[in-house]
Design a protein around this ligand. Structure first.
Ligand SMILES: [Mg+2]
Length: 318
């Protein structure tokens, strides 16, 4: 019987990425990773790392050094009773400076080569497996291989590489939330029908426009006013949705992140931001709508949100 696997990106998914890692001493596990991988193992998944390592082609490190780095990674995890089943890497890159490694490769993510090779060698059923990574390349590789995918956001301010190319099945603030998502999926017992599971936050779920008061049409006497008002309302709705999305992300970060005083402060400020946001929504929905009140509330919500994000960022850099 085939096994199922969690395919894992390496840099900024399992370990911190300070740029190109070219020494074993630079290997630092990210918070919560070992515990999460242990849970995946207990759930019956093989743990397989699939990593682009164009640094080899660029002569930043040798395959021997890379092997030492991966030995260090395995050792750090073993110290926490987690055993990686295998690490696949792609040393090739079309712009490499070493002839041997200068080429396009099916192994290089976003191509699915490493996952397909692993599936073949290790008898893994891809449709029951997951790809977890922090970039759109990981998501594309996982999706092309036929796996379900989770995009990890290790940092709130992290920019993803062209995330619009392929949407992940789910987004998670960290590996702990990824564990939660997969547990939920397995508990539901319908891995193939992930779109029908309302209790998991879906990444590309578009927020619905806010309901506007029905009497709005009668309150627009002049022909120019409705256009201006509609544009203004559209902008306000857009801001509201953006704030809500950020709040959702930070709320999930609160649930699945490590506790710290800075996180607690960020959480309190976030609640205040939420209160301001709801005040803005209340003003927006009230019959005698006052744009000044709406804007003041939203301005407060934005300022508080920025403060909360600052605290979160400080906490992440602790
Ligand atoms: Mg990465």
């Amino acid at each position: 019987m085939s096994d199922k696997a969690i395919f894992l990106d390496r840099d900024d998914t399992l370990i911190a990425d300070p740029g190109y890692i070219n020494h074993p001493d630079q290997v630092k596990l990210l918070d919560g990773v070992a515990e999460s991988l242990a849970e995946f193992s207990q759930m019956g998944y093989k743990l397989i790392v699939v990593s682009n390592q164009s640094g080899v082609a660029r002569a930043i490190l040798t395959e021997e050094t890379l092997s030492e780095i991966h030995s260090r990674l395995k050792q750090l995890l073993l110290e926490k009773n987690v055993k990686l089943d295998k690490i696949y890497y792609c040393p090739y890159h079309p712009d490499g400076v070493i002839d041997k490694y200068r080429k396009e490769s099916d192994l290089r993510k976003p191509n699915p080569g490493m996952l397909l090779e692993a599936a073949d060698e290790m008898d893994v059923k891809l449709s029951e497996s997951w790809m977890i990574g922090n970039s759109s390349r990981d998501i594309q590789a996982g999706s092309r291989a036929g796996c379900k995918t989770i995009l990890i956001n290790q940092r709130l301010n992290q920019r993803q590489t062209k995330p619009e190319k392929i949407k992940p099945d789910y987004k998670a603030v960290n590996m702990k939330e990824a564990v939660n998502i997969i547990k939920m999926q397995n508990r539901s017992g319908t891995n193939t029908n992930i779109q029908n599971k309302p209790f998991i936050i879906k990444p590309h779920q578009q927020p619905q426009p806010l309901q506007k008061p029905k009497e709005k049409a009668q309150l627009n006497p002049s022909p120019k006013e409705p256009v201006t008002q509609n544009v203004s309302e559209h902008k306000i709705e857009k801001v509201l949705h953006n704030i809500l999305e950020q709040l959702k992300s930070m709320q999930r970060d609160n649930i699945f992140g490590e506790f710290s005083t800075m996180r607690l402060i960020a959480g309190i400020v976030q609640i205040l931001a939420l209160a301001s946001l709801f005040a803005g929504i209340w003003f927006l929905m009230s019959p005698d709508k006052d744009n000044n009140n709406i804007l003041i509330s939203l301005a407060f919500a934005l300022v508080l949100q920025v403060m909360a994000m600052t605290f979160y960022t400080m906490q992440n850099k602790k």
